[in-house]
Ligand binder design. Structure first.
Ligand code: PMP
Ligand code: GLN
Length: 375
């Protein structure tokens, strides 16, 4: 009678719990452990006593929506109508769920590229849709031949996560062009663009679906303030999509949450006046480089990390154990928690890879690396 018979507790919850129980350094679940920006805390202190604690309008706090529209214009040169094309969500997770449940019907097929973030497939299943999982290339770049082969007359959506969790890869202009060529032939297919790491790229500036003329009107773009402002627990994100699509998504949103918590929306709206998103990438670039350098002496092999705050490593030189067991061993024997990559595949493809989150204080990264280089 389960609607999600194959779904168990998310790997993020499992690994964080295990890390906590064993007192391990937690580089598994993706969240920062450094202090929040003092300016955001000050804004929050001032706001808490103000009259801002009742429901906001269903689609979001107008002040916040205006700031997001300004930001989207400045950064991506896209004009967004806040009344018809934007929705504030309780994190990207709820935005993704609402999008899929608004647009996917029984037996519609949704293409998901593996390894993929864990919330997509259950959201498709709850909508009665069918997930068609298409593996990325071994170097985690998209394979447009297999993507094209997976398209049928029932394909309704493709989900693209860029920058990519868990692999840390990002899409190039050529990737977008290849996708555009394919989708030109299939006008029924919508794109769900999960861009929660849009402010964290290292090797080239982020290319957003907002900037792709051919795609932007058929794409629903999900963003997350949790990721871009280091407040994952606040659970505030937003969607941008064309009016007809957004009209449908709002129908689901209003009966899932109606509106998102007012305090965080007010605080973020005020904070957006002072925050500099350029600092976000810069800070994470330094952390990525620190972590990479610290692991140079280890037997782990580091995969390219173009964006996000995740570093994927191969441990093939260390052990032949499968990645789920190796991740548990790493916690129990060595005191460091990571995420095994196989859990992000439909068929649990195990290439003996782990994902480390480097959104941590330098001290935490140094302590973790001290343990990892000894393995
Ligand atoms: N998509 C991806 C790729 C993620 O890594 C995450 C986790 N932050 C989410 C969506 C969900 O974001 P949020 O915490 O805002 O719900
Ligand atoms: N996005 C985070 C990660 O990839 C975790 C989100 C969650 O715990 N659901 O680790």
């Amino acid at each position: 009678m389960s609607k999600l018979p194959n779904i168990s507790t998310s790997i993020f919850a499992v690994m964080s719990k295990l890390a906590h129980e064993q007192g391990a350094i937690n580089l598994s679940q993706g969240f920062p452990n450094f202090p929040e920006d003092e300016r955001l805390l000050r804004i929050s202190e001032q706001l808490i006593r103000q009259n801002i604690h009742q429901y906001t309008p269903m689609a979001g706090l107008p002040l916040l929506m205006d700031k997001i529209a300004q930001q989207t214009y400045t950064r991506y040169n896209r004009k967004v109508n806040t009344n018809t094309e934007m929705l504030i969500t309780a994190g990207a997770t709820q935005g993704i769920y609402s999008t899929i449940n608004a647009l996917i019907k029984n037996s519609d097929e949704v293409i998901i590229l593996d390894p993929s973030y864990d919330s997509y497939e259950p959201s498709v299943a709850m909508a009665g849709g069918i997930s068609v999982r298409v593996p990325l290339n071994p170097d985690y770049t998209p394979n447009f031949n297999t993507i094209e082969e997976a398209i049928t007359s029932k394909t309704k959506m493709i989900i693209i996560n860029n920058p990519h969790n868990p692999t840390g890869r990002i899409w190039t202009v050529a990737d977008f062009e290849a996708l555009e060529t394919i989708l030109d032939k299939h006008p029924q297919i919508l794109v769900l663009g999960d861009e929660v790491y849009e402010y964290i790229t290292f090797t080239q500036p982020h290319i957003s679906f907002h900037t792709r003329k051919k795609l932007k009107n058929r794409t629903i773009i999900a963003s997350s303030f949790g990721k871009s402002l280091h407040v994952t627990g606040w659970k505030v994100g937003y969607l941008i999509a064309s009016e007809t699509i957004m009209h449908e998504i709002k129908k689901v949103h209003q009966f899932l949450v109606f509106s998102v918590n007012s305090f965080s929306q007010h605080a973020i709206a005020a904070y957006l006046d002072v925050v500099d998103f350029e600092e976000v990438s810069k800070m994470y670039l330094e952390k990525r480089n620190l972590f990479k350098n610290l692991l140079k002496e280890s037997r782990f092999e580091l995969m390219p990390c173009d964006g996000t705050y995740f570093q994927v490593v191969s441990y093939q030189n260390i052990s032949k154990t499968n990645d789920v067991d190796f991740a548990k061993e790493l916690i129990q024997k060595h005191g460091v928690a990571a995420i095994p990559i196989s859990v992000f595949y439909n068929d649990q493809t195990d290439r003996q890879m782990l994902r480390f989150c480097f959104a941590k204080t330098d001290e935490t990264l140094i302590q973790a690396a001290e343990k990892l280089v000894k393995i």
